[in-house]
Design a protein around this ligand. Sequence first.
Ligand code: GLA
Length: 416
Amino acid sequence: MNQQTHPDKAAHRPSEAPEPQIAWTDGEGASRTAALFGDSFGGVPDGVWAAPGRVNLIGEHVDYNGGLCLPIALPHRTFVALARRDDGVVRVVSALAPSKVWSGTVADVVPGSVSSWVAYAAGPLWSLTQDGFGVGGFDAAVDSCVPLGAGLSSSAAIECAVAVALDEVYGLGQLVLGDAGRARLAAACVRAENEVAGAPTGGMDQAASMRALAGHALLLDNVDASIEQVPFDLESAGLELLVIDTRAEHALVDGQYAARRAACHAAAGRLGVATLREVDDLDAALAVLPDPVEAARVRHVVTEIARVREFTDLVRAGRVREVGPLLDASHESLRVDYEVSCAELDLAVATARAAGALGARMTGGGFGGSAIALIEAGAAASVAGAVAAAFASAGMGEPAFLAAVAGPGAGRVAQS
Ligand code: GLA
């Protein structure tokens, strides 16, 4: 959903430096969703809440292996204008299809009965109820500046925005508890995604959207969902993080993601460990895995977790300029051993590096979606221009760009 691309900008030639997609302000998101709410349901919402998309700095395809990952929340958020209803009715509407209000009851929101974006918007109602929270009906209007299908967690952003809204309108008291409550809400959102939407994802996206702090990367340990907030300030290092949305189609509810997850699970079983996080002697593990594909998957997971540790150590030590080779190695591992990259991602990464990036890698689930490039401050236009030109020469569709600055997690938006 690239609503923030101004029509004038759609006409630029690919070899010109494309404009980055700007995140909406609180006021912009609040007024858009409140207007959609009024048009769809009449009246005013109880409030407007927002939750961010994310980019993962490093630690890809390790969350469902009990690994470590290091995402940041994007300034790009999904906004939800929501009002509690005490008659058990649930109605949701999206700015993408404002004439199609989905309407049902609390009893209709169960796994298998709702699909597409409605599962993300209504799913937290089901999972919070399963977790013992007293929630009920609501009207909700959703709009977003998180690019859709770009591997930037647009679905987790919907879930998390609705979950924080329900927390407040139903007085669940989780947000006021701080991170412990946010962790509970994030877990409910993962369950909504896995069981209501049917996407077998890990927990990274919801953790980032719910638990991130502005100016920090979130070091998430997926063994127990514990976190460390790691100060992450590229500006003072004279750097920027450029997100390249390849616009190549990306879908997680397909067989590839589930197949990677199943291969890891099978390998863990063969190795006699609960998760691949427990593999501490990679060579010994590889020696006993008969299937070379399974062995390659394990090599990715184990080496990627080690890269997260190294990356985090460098960031903690104020040496973020030195993380580039780790980004590059992560991409190679995902491309060769995990086989989740694609031609567009590989071209984006190679071109960004050739245009001066300190390092670059695909981010998110892969098979399309986005890459990140660590670049010198002020180099965004030239790197983006080079990538756009390379895509045009290769006959690929036009990519989009955004600047990733670590933003805050989900919460209520001040009405302006
Ligand atoms: C998707 C999933 C996450 C994670 C990443 C890969 O974004 O939603 O849980 O597995 O892929 O790191």
